[in-house]
Design a protein around this ligand. Structure first.
Ligand code: CO
Length: 133
C-alpha cells in the first residue's frame, strides 16, 4: 500500500540561491540540511504537511545527481512514495513488467529500505519507494 508522497526532490546547483524562492518567497521552513554521502549530495529538507520538498545539491561532479544537473539543468529529480511493504510493491511492479533500477531495496544508515523505479517504465518520472524501519 502507498502511504503518502514522502518527498519531491529538486536538483539545485546552489542551496542559498534556491532558498530565495523556496524559503524566502514561498515561505517554506528549512528544517535541516544533511549530507548524504552515498548519493554525493547535500539535502535540504523543507517540510510541507506530511511530505517534504528536498533540495538536492551535488557535492561532486561525477555522481548521478551531478550528471543529471549537468545534462538537464535544475528541476524535479524524483518523486518518493512511502510504502508499507516495499518487497510487495516491487513484486507488484515486476508483475506489470515495470523496469526497476533496484531489483532489491538498498538500506540506508537509518534502516530505511529504498528502491528506484526506472523512468522508462513510468512515463519519464524517476520514482523512489521507501519503507521505514
Ligand atoms: Co529521494
Amino acid at each position: 500500500m502507498i502511504k503518502k508522497i514522502a518527498h519531491i526532490a529538486v536538483v539545485v546547483p546552489d542551496l542559498t540561491e534556491a532558498n530565495r524562492f523556496w524559503v524566502d518567497a514561498l515561505g517554506l521552513e528549512m528544517d535541516r540540511v544533511e549530507e548524504v554521502p552515498e548519493q554525493a549530495v547535500d539535502v535540504a529538507f523543507l517540510p510541507v504537511g506530511e511530505s517534504n520538498v528536498e533540495l538536492l545539491r551535488p557535492i561532486d561532479e561525477v555522481s548521478g545527481v551531478a550528471r543529471y544537473l549537468e545534462k538537464r539543468g535544475p528541476g524535479i529529480h524524483h518523486i518518493c512514495f512511502e510504502v508499507d511493504d516495499i518487497a510487495a510493491t516491487l513484486a507488484r511492479l515486476k508483475s506489470f513488467d515495470i523496469p526497476l533500477i533496484n531489483e532489491e531495496p538498498t538500506i540506508d544508515r537509518h534502516g530505511t529500505k529504498i528502491a528506484f523505479v526506472h523512468p522508462k517504465g513510468t512515463g519519464g518520472v524517476l520514482v523512489e519507494l521507501y519503507e521505514r524501519p
